[in-house]
Design a protein around this ligand. Structure first.
Ligand SMILES: [Zn+2]
Ligand SMILES: [Zn+2]
Length: 170
């Protein structure tokens, strides 16, 4: 057992599901897409980008419930309280997006990166009057150009049936 304290810890609202991360997030992204808005009930979800190997589920992994709203990604939430926990893309199966709202702020050991970009501003909700702050971050109508290339490749691979879905649980 490693005695190194985690970089940060997190949990769902009911604390059935808890996790530790061995590393700080590489970056933070606010996603304004319709799916993120629907499932969060809010204007956007902020995701932390991390290697999957950084995350250890310390309790409740069996309560993580998998949902897919597209054939390229998997999301998970707590079966008991409904908290959004993760989002992963099949073509980036060594990475995971962790919902920022799950982080236990008191557990963060050193400086967390600030939000680096806003994506899917083309699907941004208008009803609440929310404005993206003038925070110097990068802004994208959909995915970033680099990520869109990964999406395009995945879609081509699926069409040509050269990939199998890895059936990520979270
Ligand atoms: Zn829960
Ligand atoms: Zn989204």
């Amino acid at each position: 057992m490693s005695t190194t304290p985690p970089a940060f810890k997190g949990s769902c609202m009911c604390k059935s599901i808890t996790y530790t991360s061995s590393t700080l997030p590489r970056n933070l992204t606010c996603c304004h897409c319709l799916t993120c808005r629907r499932i969060s009930g809010s204007d956007y979800i902020t995701f932390l980008s991390l290697p999957r190997s950084s995350i250890t589920w310390t309790s409740g992994e069996s309560s993580l419930t998998r949902t897919s709203y597209s054939d390229m990604a998997v999301r998970s939430h707590c079966a008991k309280c409904g908290s959004n926990m993760t989002m992963s893309y099949h073509f980036e199966k060594d990475d995971v997006g962790i919902a920022l709202g799950s982080v236990e702020e008191d557990s963060v050991r050193s400086n967390f990166p600030k939000v680096a970009k806003h994506i899917f501003l083309g699907e941004m909700g208008k009803l609440g009057g929310y404005q993206v702050p003038d925070d110097g971050t990068k802004r994208w109508k959909g995915h970033t150009d680099v990520f869109q290339k990964l999406v395009d490749k995945w879609e081509a691979d699926v069409r040509e049936e050269t990939v199998e879905h890895p059936h990520l649980k979270w």
